[in-house]
Design a protein around this ligand. Structure first.
Ligand SMILES: *[C@@H]1O[C@H](CO)[C@@H](O)[C@H](O)[C@H]1NC(C)=O
Ligand SMILES: *[C@@H]1O[C@H](CO)[C@@H](O)[C@H](O)[C@H]1NC(C)=O
Length: 200
């Protein structure tokens, strides 16, 4: 009798264990999934969240942002500045010239201090002031903007909002091409290349 009782008891125990194993496994899988999601979010969030500079020069300076001559914006310190040095060097060491009127009567002494001003916050209603500059400045800006874009894509680096803009890139390359068509050697045989089988 005792043996029988014992046997029954023994048969019962594995069944109880089995009943517990599946909920326990599900519980562990659920916890692991939550941990995995939290870890992946915390690893991807920093690179996907744009670093910002606020809306005014004062806010930008307070956040440690610096002026970028190429895009003419205050940018977070860790935005790549590829092309800025070359853009500045292309201005004959005299600097690119900007005016605050289309009739070139009022040169702007320091474009970095021109806009965006804090007038917007002061209630004067203007966040952005327009400036005017030369065709050479515009073409040089366009060329080095495309260099910055190519750098960030190649290196999977951060990129500022204007350099990332597809419409702006299209504008720049079409503008460069339009001006390049004035080249007196457009139809000359100046070019050599080779073709290959690529990948992407
Ligand atoms: C650069 O120098 C050349 C020759 O001196 C001049 O014609 C041109 O206007 C200058 N460009 C700029 C952006 O200052
Ligand atoms: C370009 O082609 C034209 C016409 O064939 C020729 O007169 C000119 O010298 C060429 N220019 C150069 C830089 O080769």
């Amino acid at each position: 009798m005792a043996a029988k009782y014992h046997q029954l008891h023994d048969e019962d125990r594995p069944r109880q264990k089995q009943q517990l194993v599946i909920p326990l496994l599900l519980f562990i899988i659920a916890i692991l999934s939550i941990v995995l999601v939290v870890v992946s979010i915390s690893f991807t969030a920093p690179s996907n969240t744009p670093h910002t500079c606020g809306h005014t020069r004062t806010e930008a300076l307070a956040r440690g942002c610096t002026w970028d001559h190429l895009v003419k914006a205050w940018l977070p310190a860790d935005c790549p500045r590829v092309g800025e040095r070359e853009y500045l060097a292309a201005a004959n060491n005299t600097g690119w010239i900007f005016y605050d009127d289309p009739n070139t009567r009022h040169p702007i002494a320091d474009i970095a201090l021109y806009a965006p001003l804090d007038e917007y916050e002061a209630g004067l209603g203007r966040e952005f002031k327009l400036w005017y500059t030369t065709e050479g400045e515009h073409l040089t800006h366009c060329a080095y903007m495309l260099k910055r874009l190519a750098y960030s894509v190649s290196n999977q680096a951060r990129i500022d909002d204007l350099s990332l803009s597809y419409p702006h890139s299209v504008h720049c390359l079409e503008y460069l091409l339009r001006q390049a068509r004035y080249s007196p050697t457009w139809d000359n045989l100046t070019t050599v290349g080779n073709s290959w089988v690529g990948r992407c």
